[in-house]
Design a protein around this ligand. Structure first.
Ligand code: SF4
Ligand code: SF4
Length: 487
C-alpha cells in the first residue's frame, strides 16, 4: 500500500442484522444544527435588557464624553498617556491595570461561587451582542417559526430583502462597535472626521474592520458556539461551583411525569406532574439544550427558560418556579429560599470576599495617595564621568519628569549623598499639563571631596520637589542613582 493511500481510513459501521448498513462510511463530523431561539419576555429578560442598555450606553457613550477640554477616557498609545477622567496615567502606572485585572478576576470568582453563571447570562459581551443581533433578526425576519419558514423556503423577493436588510443592520452595528473601540485609543472626534473623509490610517482601518468583523461573526453566526467551544471561562468555572452555588434547575420532583393535558384538568388525577411538555423552555434556549435533562455545561444561565416556564405555569394556574434559581443542596434537601441564602456565607465565599476587599482597598488607597508626578533618572551613557573646570568631577544624568496633573507644574531638583555634591545645571523646571519633559542634569563633586573616592561609584539621591502653587501641598519624589569618580 502506498503512503498516499494509507492516509484516510474509512470507518465502517458493523453490518446490521440484515446486512443493509455494510459498506456505509460514517462521518466523524457532526453538522451544527442552527438554533432559532424564540423571543421571551419576563422578569429575567427585563434584567438582561437593562444590562444590555447599561453596558452599551457606557461603551458607546464614554468616548464622546469630554473632560477638561479633552476626551474623558482615552488610551493614547502614541503619547504613552492614559486618561480616565481626572486621572492621567503613564506606562509606569501599569501596576494599576494589573491590580484592576486581579480585582476583576476575583470579582468573577466571587460572583460565580455565589450566583453561578451570572456574568455569562447577563453581562458578557458575547451575550449582550448576541441579544442585540437576535433582536435585529427578530425585527426583520420575525420570531422563531417565521425565521425557520424563511430559511427553509425558496429565494423570493421577500426573503432577499429581509436577508439583505438584516445583513446591512448587522454590518452597521459591527462597524459602529469597531469604530467605538478604536475611539478609545484615538480621539473619537478626530477619528469620526477622518472616517467621513475616508482618511483613516492603515491601523485604524485594520482595527475597526477587525473588531467589527469579530462582533458580526460572534454575535451574528457563532453565538452559542463561542460559549460552548471557545470561551475558557466556561471550562474552568466548574472549579468555582459547589453544591451551594445558585444554578438554574428544573424541579423534576414537581414536574415529572411530564405530559400534555387540558388546561382545566387536575394533573394529580391524570397521574402527571406540572410539566406540560410544551417544549417552550427548549425553544427559547439560546444554546438549544433541554434544562429538564439536568445541569449541563452548555447552560449559560440566561434564565430565558425560567421566564417562559413561569408564563406557562401562570396560564395553567400552577405555582411559578418549576424551573428556577436553586442550588444542588437546595434541590436535593428541598430547602426553602431562606435556607439556601444561609449557605451563601460559606468559607469559599468569605475567602474570596476578604481577598477582593483587601485588593480593592489597596487599589483605591494607592490611587488616592499616588504621586502627582513621576521621575525617571537615567545616567548619560556618553559621558559617565569627566573632570571639568577647577578639577570638579562631573556626572551627567537625564531626568524625565512626568506631570500627572492637568495644570502646568514647577519642580525643584536637588541632589545629595556625598559631601560637597552640587547641581551645576538649572535647578527649577516647568512641565506642561499632563506632559513629560526630559531635563539634562549636571552633578559636580569638588576635587578635595572626590580625591578619597577615586575609582569607585557611590550612591546618591535626587530630590525632586513639586513647588507649591496656589497653596497646594508640596510633594517630594526621591530617586536613587550612582555617582562615578574616575581614577
Ligand atoms: S416550559 Fe415548563 S412546562 Fe413547558 S416543557 Fe419546559 S418545563 Fe415543561
Ligand atoms: S437552559 Fe435555560 S438558562 Fe440555560 S442557557 Fe438554556 S435557556 Fe438559558
Amino acid at each position: 500500500m502506498s503512503r498516499t493511500e494509507s492516509k484516510i481510513i474509512a470507518l465502517r459501521p458493523a453490518a446490521a442484522d440484515n446486512g443493509d448498513a455494510a459498506g456505509q462510511t460514517v462521518s466523524l463530523y457532526q453538522k451544527q444544527q442552527k438554533i432559532y431561539p424564540r423571543a421571551v419576555h419576563g422578569w429575567f429578560a427585563a434584567w438582561r435588557w437593562a444590562l444590555v442598555w447599561l453596558t452599551q450606553l457606557v461603551f458607546y457613550g464614554l468616548p464622546w464624553l469630554q473632560w477638561n477640554g479633552r476626551q474623558a477616557v482615552l488610551f493614547d498609545l502614541a503619547a504613552r498617556r492614559f486618561y480616565i477622567f481626572g486621572l492621567v496615567l503613564y506606562p509606569q502606572d501599569f501596576i494599576y491595570l494589573t491590580a484592576l485585572l486581579v480585582i476583576c478576576a476575583y470579582a468573577l470568582f466571587l460572583f460565580t461561587a455565589v450566583g453561578g453563571r451570572l456574568w455569562c447570562g447577563y453581562a458578557c459581551p458575547q451575550t449582550v451582542y448576541t441579544e442585540i443581533y437576535m433582536w435585529v433578526e427578530r425585527k426583520i425576519e420575525g420570531d422563531r417559526s417565521a425565521r425557520m419558514r424563511l430559511d427553509q423556503g425558496p429565494w423570493t423577493f421577500q426573503k432577499l430583502w429581509r436577508k439583505t436588510a438584516k445583513q446591512v443592520a448587522w454590518v452597521a452595528i459591527g462597524l459602529w462597535t469597531g469604530f467605538t473601540f478604536v475611539g478609545y485609543f484615538t480621539p473619537i472626534k478626530t477619528l469620526g472626521a477622518e472616517a467621513l473623509t475616508l482618511g483613516l490610517g492603515p491601523w485604524e482601518w485594520f482595527w475597526i474592520l477587525f473588531y467589527g468583523l469579530a462582533t458580526y461573526g460572534n454575535a451574528g453566526y457563532l453565538r452559542e458556539q463561542v460559549c460552548k467551544y471557545m470561551c475558557p471561562y466556561a471550562r474552568f468555572q466548574s472549579a468555582m461551583f459547589d453544591r451551594d452555588t445558585m444554578i438554574i434547575t428544573y424541579d423534576a420532583t414537581r414536574g415529572e411525569p411530564r405530559g400534555s393535558r387540558p388546561r382545566k384538568a387536575n394533573p394529580k388525577q391524570l397521574g402527571l406532574g406540572h410539566c406540560i411538555d410544551c417544549s417552550l423552555c427548549v425553544q427559547v434556549c439560546p444554546t438549544g439544550i433541554d434544562i429538564r435533562n439536568g445541569l449541563q455545561y452548555e447552560c449559560i444561565g440566561c434564565a430565558a427558560c425560567i421566564d417562559v416556564c413561569n408564563g406557562v405555569m401562570d396560564k395553567m394556574n400552577y405555582p411559578r418556579g418549576l424551573i428556577r434559581y436553586s442550588t444542588q443542596n437546595g434541590m436535593s434537601h428541598g430547602w426553602t429560599r431562606a435556607q439556601m441564602f444561609k449557605r451563601v456565607l460559606r468559607p469559599r465565599v468569605l475567602v474570596y470576599t476578604a481577598i477582593l476587599a483587601f485588593i480593592g482597598a489597596a487599589f483605591v488607597g494607592s490611587l488616592v495617595l499616588r504621586s502627582p508626578f513621576k521621575v525617571d533618572v537615567i545616567r548619560d551613557r556618553g559621558a559617565l564621568a569627566r573632570i571639568v573646570e577647577d578639577g570638579y568631577v562631573e556626572n551627567v544624568y537625564r531626568l524625565q519628569i512626568m506631570n500627572a496633573l492637568e495644570q502646568p507644574e514647577r519642580y525643584r531638583i536637588g541632589v545629595s549623598g556625598l559631601e560637597g555634591l552640587r547641581l551645576a545645571s538649572e535647578s527649577q523646571v516647568e512641565v506642561e499639563p499632563a506632559a513629560s519633559r526630559w531635563v539634562v542634569v549636571r552633578v559636580q563633586l569638588p576635587p578635595q571631596h572626590a580625591e578619597p573616592l577615586r575609582g569607585h561609584t557611590h550612591p546618591i539621591e535626587f530630590r525632586i520637589d513639586r513647588l507649591p502653587q496656589g497653596g497646594q501641598t508640596e510633594h517630594r519624589v526621591l530617586e536613587r542613582s550612582t555617582f562615578l569618580v574616575p581614577r
